[in-house]
Design a protein. Structure first.
Length: 428
């Protein structure tokens, strides 16, 4: 049998990727399946081997900064597929892509057809030069490539039926909303309290309402829209870092003594099967805890003051008085196929703070697990609380240009009835 050519191998790998992503639900439409089968992904990622280019769940890094951090990439096929599904792009639409690379713009061009228009914009001329070259070389010269700070959108070619953002955004600038058509849609990797979700948002007058949200990861936005999280190294030990997305506590020194106090541990009876995604739990806790942050432990300096199961990333919070901090961690239940979630807290009011967080965990387990997740609504900054109906059962995250409201409808009973599995204490 003759050896397969590179073109034949690539075609076979494209088919495998589509089959894999259709099986896991990232691809649900014939249109998205067709473009992933049609566009030669490997030609837009010449840095990678064929196998790496067609790895369903891996991105191809195309540029790093001086510190070695990725600043541009070709997103994983899984991410590209479900964002295209979220966007629901149709023939003849005008689409703006914020964050260039070339490949995703080619997918967009296939979806809108000859009657549509695709504009892709990036702040980095090296990135746009690369995207322009690859698009022309691979049969997509009609895609308009613009070098600009996308904070202001691209007004020259507005309005757009769809805006697809392929960089991590902390906020949604007004221009992104005003440049949408009356019933247009934006799909954006939006960072909310340090957690990123690809959110599909439909325009309704001056605000946006979500139709879906999926966990994702993207390189951060550069330029005017750039926003760094803030890290707090707890005094007395450099092993523990708390990272805040919306500003540090008013007086971080109040936590000075917390690490010197005994750790309180409270277990909730809330169990989750191994391998089951807990992205709704993460976002629910981020919504409900005013002092929400994330915690990381330096493994080289670890003295056991804290004992999270995941030392690189744990959900955490600082109490409203600023004197206590706590984190959420799982442990194996008696049935080893399940984890039980608990709270570890440190500080003078550790027990009460742990109980408060445990209460939120139990509410999630009782009312929201298995549900559709939060309804996410984006209002202009300055919108009065009285004009945000989602506040009745949710919270608002205030940003520079917007107020992001997250409300949590109760999951249907059949979705949240989960078989009980005994905890360690119950099994002893």
């Amino acid at each position: 049998m003759p050896e397969l050519t590179e073109e034949d191998r690539a075609a076979r790998l494209r088919e495998q990727v589509v089959d894999e992503l259709a099986a896991d639900g990232a691809i649900v439409s014939d249109a998205v399946a067709h473009v992933l089968r049609t566009v030669p992904r490997h030609l837009f990622a010449p840095e990678a081997s064929l196998e790496d280019a067609y790895s369903a769940y891996s991105a191809v890094i195309t540029k790093r900064d001086g510190d070695g951090l990725a600043v541009s990439s070709v997103s994983a096929p899984q991410i590209q597929a479900f964002m295209l599904e979220q966007a629901e792009i149709r023939t003849g639409m005008r689409v703006l892509e914020i964050g260039s690379g070339g490949l995703n713009a080619a997918y967009l061009a296939e979806l809108v057809g000859e009657a549509g228009e695709v504009t892709t914009v990036d702040i980095d001329p090296e990135v746009t030069n690369r995207a322009s070259r690859l698009l022309k070389e691979n049969g997509y010269p009609q895609v308009r490539v613009v070098t600009a700070d996308a904070h202001n959108g691209v007004p020259a070619h507005a309005p757009y039926d769809r805006i697809v953002v392929t960089v991590g955004a902390w906020d949604i600038p007004p221009a992104w909303i005003t440049q949408l058509t009356e019933h247009g849609r934006i799909v954006v990797p939006l960072r909310m309290r340090g957690l990123m979700r690809s959110v599909a948002l439909q325009r309704i007058s001056d605000h946006l309402v979500s139709t879906s949200a999926r966990i994702c990861g993207f390189v951060p936005m550069q330029g005017t829209g750039a926003r760094e999280s803030q890290a707090l190294l707890l005094t007395g030990t450099d092993e523990i870092t708390l990272r805040f997305d919306d500003g540090l506590p008013p007086d971080p020194s109040l936590l000075d003594n917390a690490v010197r106090m005994p750790r309180t541990e409270t277990w909730t009876g809330v169990t989750v099967k191994r391998g089951v995604p807990v992205d709704s739990l993460q976002l629910y806790m981020a919504t409900m805890l005013p002092g929400f942050c994330t915690m990381a432990v330096d493994p080289d300096l670890d003295t056991g003051v804290v004992a999270p199961r995941n030392k690189r990333f744990s959900l955490a919070a600082v109490s409203e008085d600023g004197r206590n901090f706590a984190y959420i961690t799982p442990r194996p239940a008696t049935d080893d196929t399940f984890f039980e979630y608990g709270v570890h807290a440190l500080g003078p009011g550790a027990a009460a703070f742990a109980d408060k967080i445990a209460g939120h965990l139990r509410t999630w387990g009782r009312d929201h697990r298995g549900g559709s997740g939060p309804r996410i609504t984006v209002y202009p900054a300055g919108t009065p609380d009285g004009q945000i109906p989602e506040l009745a059962d949710g919270r608002v995250i205030d940003k520079k240009h917007s107020r992001v409201a997250l409300s949590w409808p109760t999951a249907p009973t059949e979705d949240r009835d989960v078989p009980h599995h005994p905890t360690k204490e119950e099994g002893e």
